[in-house]
Write a protein that binds this ligand. Structure first.
Ligand SMILES: [Zn+2]
Ligand SMILES: [Zn+2]
Length: 132
């Protein structure tokens, strides 16, 4: 099931919620990937992988937390892998909407046991202070 991760800014009290996990998307189809992708470039890649390369979604797509190390912000994005051609694997790469830096996935240590380690030191999207 999907879960969500919430942050509260210690400075202005702004709350953000990020959806995580697979939840209703525990379906390895290209259709599901399309439904959860807003990037036109990524959609084009998906079409190519599906139709030209007969790609296969090899992992259950899962929403994960990603960070932008430039603006110190967190984002939730869909992580998935598509195998195509001669054992090649496509992994999506996401860019920060603000500074265009590549977003890197962050691991929540111990998250499978419900004792999530909070990512700290990130900027609030509202007031811009590093007070998460
Ligand atoms: Zn704030
Ligand atoms: Zn950024």
């Amino acid at each position: 099931m999907g879960t969500s991760y919430g942050t509260i800014c210690k400075s202005c009290g702004n709350e953000e919620e990020y959806m995580l996990g697979c939840g209703f998307m525990s379906n390895r189809s290209f259709e599901h990937l399309h439904e959860n992708t807003s990037s036109k470039i990524l959609k084009r890649h998906l079409n190519l992988l599906e139709k030209e390369y007969q790609g296969m979604v090899i992992d259950i797509p899962i929403l994960k937390l990603y960070e932008c190390s430039q603006c110190k912000t967190i984002h939730s994005r869909l992580k998935f892998a598509v195998e195509y051609g001669e054992n090649e694997v496509f992994n999506p790469q996401y860019n920060c909407g603000k500074c265009k830096s590549i977003l890197m996935p962050i691991e929540l240590v111990g998250s499978s046991f419900g004792s999530q380690m909070e990512p700290t030191g990130y900027k609030c999207k509202k007031c811009g202070k590093e007070s998460l």
